[in-house]
Design a protein around this ligand. Sequence first.
Ligand code: MLC
Ligand code: AMP
Length: 501
Amino acid sequence: MTTKGNLYTSYKEGFKKNLEGLFLYDDKDLNITYRELDSETARLANGLKGLGLSEGDRVTVQVDKCIEMVYLYLACVRSNIIFHPLNPAYKERELSYFLDDAKPSLFISNEETISRINDLGLGHSINHLFVLNEDGSGNFSDISSTEDSFITVDCSENDIAALLYSSGTTGKPKGIMLSHGNISSNVQSLVKAWGFQASDCLLHALPIYHVHGLFVALGCALMTGSKLKWLESFEVDSILKSLPECTVMMGVPTYYTRLLTRDALDPELTNQIRLFISGSAPLLEETFNEFYKRTNHQILERYGMTETNMNTSNPLKGERKPGTVGLPLQDVQVKIVDENNVILPEGEIGNIQIKGPNVFKGYWEMPDKTKEDFSEDKFFNTGDKGLIDADGYLSIVGRSKDMIISGGLNIYPKEIESIIDKMDGVLESAVIGISDEDLGEKVVAIIVSEEGALLNKKEIIAEIKGQLAGFKAPKEVKLVEQLPRNAMGKVQKNILRDTFN
Ligand code: MLC
Ligand code: AMP
């Protein structure tokens, strides 16, 4: 039986030569070989079947980073069931939207969330609820069967492997459907571009509910049978301690700026590392230069997004140009076009469009929105603005989408503005991102109060934190008399950014 289209088959093709080798370890008691990974995921895949889940069903998981989540991801992939991970920071209001939209057959979360599931007022019932707490307790392990062999499902590379949501400048968050082929073709390109080998050890401190930590980082290890040093979250001391054991580190720019605050970061500590990779947000040239000065390593910057996986990368060998995101990856086409979809000459700024096997299959149950975001020649419009230089390197110079990237996490102002605008005493608001040394950009809310109203900044922030994931809450609130508007009445956020930066 062929299982060629299944992503797990591509992973296993890479790690089968190292079945007795270490897949993942941490500073506590985790020491998992590839053989153990293969049998744990088989037991869980058999368990999912035992629950009656079938191909195309969704499994939603909202738990802290843990090894069980890796097993679950791979068990879903093996079963051709759609894996739907959620940031544990999401509050009830966000969670109920995602559950209502994805309509999973199985939802796994901590005891508190599961016990309050009826309060979410979901429009449908979820067949199976399981508990997995931060300390590992809960009945999640009951899903696994004792049978530790499982024939990975024979599926098409176009079948959907994962559903990841991104919000939007307007309207509801959209489920991004990524196929087995999208993920496997992209990881294969990355392994080649970054020279991953079985002898590598990747420092994994990223969350695994986003493409960066889930598909890029885990994928490069799985596809080559190399090891992961596993950290549950990014914490500078643990990173400093782990660097001498590792050969590759991946992170968002904040990881690198935080490392730079420590004197311990020097050439000796980073001696074993062959590659530092950055992505998900712009890496400042000064961070690139400072890191080089301190460690003799040039951080390799790459560019991706959930809809497309990774698109471009600075080269492993060859010039890494700071301030650019490098050259298109194998099989990825990048175009810079104007508002009429006409290709612009070298060096001119326009909309970045992408085509290739990496590009997603569409937005979940939103065919019209999907159509809107693709050009007639089937290029995906990223919403990013950029230019390509004479050597073919892409630079990202801005975004046409109203989005803030804070510490590598995307925040859509509209979601926050609509909460603030409903508050008593608020006339209107505008949420912007302003530069921040640590997070790249930080969220700031600019508010106009109703006449005579006395607004309390702390209460406003607390109210937002009560409704949305904490990372979306403004770090600062500014009260102003009025918002600048253009002739069409649209708020001019560029003026606000210039004023408050
Ligand atoms: C946490 N907080 C943030 C935040 N992360 N605030 C703004 N921006 C962030 N990114 C807030 C919390 O709400 C909390 O606030 C307080 O900070 C402490 O929380 P924490 O969890 O202890 O924070 P910290 O450990 O400092 O986390 C910062 C971080 C983390 C940068 C280490 O956010 C992170 O790991 N980011 C990586 C995200 C990522 O993987 N992105 C990839 C997306 S994929 P309070 O007030 O409640 O205490 C993608 C495509 C691609 O973009 O190309 O890769
Ligand atoms: P997400 O929707 O979380 O997948 O975020 C994708 C967005 O992150 C892209 O559309 C870009 O705006 C941004 N991004 C990713 N990598 C980079 C990078 N290296 N430089 C600048 N922006 C980036």
